[in-house]
Design a protein around this ligand. Structure first.
Ligand code: GDG
Length: 742
């Protein structure tokens, strides 16, 4: 069909029109109440709906009463609440028999939340509840969303017949069975035999409608602006509500037999011919592992865990910006075969993936990343293995990632790379002509100059890092270390937080990562917790001291066990009254140092249990496995002491999760290593030195003996920190800072 053929469908009888309201007939306004159709638009819709042979339906997410207030004329058909209610020729009918009662309580909780966040607004309808945040100040949206997603997620966990819908600055809970697409067969019936339909809309919910159309029908996407490049099932497009009004006037004129008005008609939607010249996403996140995607080690909690928090932190930011996430698929292919890449487009976030060659897995991932960079950056020189082959693989994988990224994102797009796996990524992208802002966040520590200089490629790595526009670290100490290394090893000029090198300015900043506190606060289903309850019963009255880590030599697990043994030796009154549960999540088992660590830990557990254990009491429960997140939250809550004592850690999220999970009326004590990045923010924890077993045993005794008032006072301050500096404020803060660099 060409534009000229619009005349054909405009004259066709019977004709059905399904027209969205907000963003299509009415421009967006600050509040939903302010976005009302003008008298002129209402009159136009009424004129069209009484034209002979036309059945006109306004299809909206709005509440039915509101919609009826705007379009009182019964000739205009109305579909409200995304299809849950509709008005044909007679009274309203509901299309779902789902009991909306649970929404009332959710609405109350969202109201309470909205009262604390100026600009937030709760809209209650008969079958849905929506939280609008368009009018919340940009820097404050993150805080609101962290809390709101917590509420919405726990509601959905208890009410699976509902689903969350993400709209334009609005999150809505609606019956999962409801879709705008249900309006398509309904309107076809109303319009009569031989009807052709035109569906028009701007929202993602309109795509359901577009997809439900038949071959003889037409679909028109209304784009807000020329930068709106989202995928659509629509065949035609218009720009903005003014063009929609003009086209509807044209349509009415044609049916009334008047001379056609000279207005822009819907133009064909041009699908991008290849990815490489497509404008692509405006934000590309890149990390070694992808969220919930991997085949090589499906049981590897390292993957699920490590990105789990990162996904919650980044998803709102990615969604708000139409972003994409690029990373390793988790698959390896023999070196004789070409590694494949691709895109998955069916989840909340678009994922682009890349396979690794087997040699890349060996030399890049296990080699340079985990046997050179990881030990150097954590200041463990004795664990280091350097090899030219590993370094070459490190650079090669950067080239492969840069090729994959260039195929997805335009030259001016924003790129956010994560962690030590991708230090040279900006350099590879600049060589391909990338012009847009590029930032990097380092999740592990940045070491001091004497340690960093051990790397044979120290200068080259720093030089590569300085191709980024923004480098984010967890703590001011890591920033200082980076600054000293750059000053000592490269001819740079440093002014406070900006490093000038080769005519390019790189901003450096401490931006401590946070968690989504609510995900650790809500109590879980009894069935999920059965296993944890059984473990707690087996501990009897003994107080629980809890350690949770990936099995990694940086986490100080042997040192922690030894200090616990010293406590039992130095303070025998604790024997039989305290048990240490150590959850060690399997990790990087193919790196030799990790296998050795496991054997060391098992030997220490055996020795201490052998020496102090009694028939009715086991001092240490060592669990080499992972738990589901709700189980972990319940373990945290049950523990009298969160025993978080890494020898060195970028941040340590377990410390924050433990605080978030406590009962504020009777909280446990966080015993935290002063060498974890978290210690820089969590000064109200009991700080300890994991290298000093007697000192740590004394600190453990103090934690176990702490009285309630002190526990509550410390916990209240720690909780305030964890809530204030959370995952979403971290992601938004990084992206805002990156935008400000240019
Ligand atoms: C790197 C940096 C930095 C643990 N056991 C289970 C489980 N976990 C989850 C925890 C927590 C995460 O794993 C551990 O995060 P950490 O921050 O403690 O440690 P790394 O893996 O080393 O992470 C670190 C972090 O990146 C973020 O920047 O803090 O310093 O080394 O979220 O909950 N999760 C589940 N089951 C388990 O058994 N589901």
């Amino acid at each position: 069909m060409t534009s000229a053929d619009w005349m054909g469908i405009a004259r066709h009888t019977p004709l059905g029109i399904l027209c969205d309201l907000d963003g299509t007939l009415v421009p967006f306004a600050k509040t939903p109440a302010a976005a009302r159709p003008s008298a002129e638009v209402v009159a136009l819709v009424e004129r069209l709906s009484v034209s002979s042979g036309v059945t006109f339906a306004v299809v909206s997410g709005r509440a039915k009463d509101w919609l009826e207030g705007c379009f009182p004329a019964p000739s205009v058909r109305l579909v409200a609440e995304h299809g849950a209610a509709r008005r044909g020729a007679g009274a309203w009918q509901l299309t779902t028999d789902l009991d909306p009662a649970p929404l009332a309580a959710l609405g109350d909780r969202l109201d309470a939340l909205a009262r604390r966040h100026p600009g937030a607004l709760v809209e209650r309808k008969s079958t849905t509840v929506a939280l609008h945040y368009r009018d919340v100040r940009r820097g404050r949206r993150g805080e609101l969303l962290v809390e709101a997603y917590g509420l919405l997620d726990s509601f959905l966990a208890q009410h699976p017949a509902f689903e969350r819908l993400e709209g334009n600055m609005v999150a809505e809970i609606r019956p999962a069975s409801v879709r705008k697409s249900s309006a398509v067969p309904w309107l076809r019936d109303l319009a009569g035999a031989g009807a052709r339909l035109i569906a028009i809309g701007d929202d993602v919910t309109d795509e359901d409608m577009f997809r439900a159309l038949a071959a003889q029908d037409e679909s028109v996407l209304v784009r807000a602006n020329d930068d709106d490049h989202r995928h659509t099932a629509a065949r035609w497009e218009l720009s903005g509500t003014e063009q929609v009004h003009a086209w509807l006037r044209w349509l009415h004129g044609v049916r009334a037999g008047e001379a056609p008005l000279d207005v822009p008609l819907p133009r064909p939607h041009m699908r991008p011919p290849t990815r490489s010249i497509a404008p692509g996403p405006s934000l590309l996140v890149i990390s070694n592992r992808l969220p919930e995607f991997g085949h090589l080690e499906p049981d590897d909690p390292d993957r699920k865990r490590n990105v789990g928090g990162l996904v919650s932190a980044l998803e709102p930011a990615l969604r708000a910006r139409g972003g994409m996430w690029l990373g390793w698929s988790g698959r390896t292919v023999p070196d004789s075969e070409p590694p494949e890449s691709g895109v998955i487009d069916d989840g909340p976030t678009q994922l682009a993936w890349l396979d690794y060659r087997e040699s890349w897995y060996r030399h890049y991932y296990s080699g340079f990343c985990n046997q050179a960079l990881w030990p150097v950056f954590h200041s463990f020189p004795a664990q280091v293995t350097f090899s030219d082959v590993d370094w070459e693989a490190y650079l090669q994988v950067h080239e492969a990632f840069a090729d994959a990224a260039t195929a997805q994102i335009g030259k001016n797009g924003t790129i956010w790379a994560h962690d030590y796996h991708l230090l040279m990524f900006a350099r590879a992208m600049r060589r391909r002509g990338h012009l847009g802002p590029m930032g990097h966040f380092l999740h592990i520590p940045f070491p001091s100059l004497d340690i960093f200089s051990m790397l044979p490629w120290a200068d080259e790595i720093l030089d590569g890092m300085l191709d980024f526009d923004l480098l984010g670290f967890h703590t001011p100490q890591h920033v200082d270390n980076f600054r000293s290394c750059a000053a000592a090893l490269l001819p740079v000029r440093i002014a406070e937080d900006v490093v000038h090198h080769r005519g390019h300015a790189t901003h450096i900043a401490a931006m401590p990562i946070g968690i989504v506190p609510d995900t650790f606060r809500e109590p879980s289903e009894p069935a999920v917790l059965e296993e944890i309850d059984a473990m707690m019963r087996s501990l009897g009255d003994a107080k629980l001291v809890l350690g949770v880590d990936r099995l990694d030599y940086t986490k100080g697990i042997p040192e922690r066990l030894i200090a616990f043994g010293r406590l039992l030796e130095l303070q025998p009154e604790w024997r039989g009254k305290v048990s240490l549960v150590q959850v060690s999540v399997p990790s990087r088992a193919d790196v030799p140092r990790y296998a050795e660590q496991r054997a060391t830990i098992e030997a220490i557990v055996g020795r201490i249990n052998g020496e102090f254990g009694e028939a009715a009491w086991v001092p240490i429960r060592y669990l080499y496995r992972s738990y589901a997140r709700p189980q972990l939250a319940s373990l945290y809550r049950a523990a009298a002491v969160g025993y978080v004592t890494p020898l060195r850690d970028g941040m340590n999220l377990v410390a924050k999760e433990y605080v978030a999970a406590q009962d504020p009326k009777n909280p446990g004590v966080l015993l935290l290593s002063k060498f974890a990045g978290a210690a820089a923010e969590m000064k109200d924890a009991l700080l300890t030195n994991p290298y000093y077993p007697d000192g740590m045993a004394r600190d453990l005794h103090r934690a176990l003996s702490m009285e309630l008032p002190e526990r509550r006072a410390r916990h209240a301050k720690l909780l305030a920190t964890v809530q204030r500096s959370n995952a979403v404020t971290w992601a938004e803060g990084f992206l805002d800072a990156l935008a400000a660099c240019r």
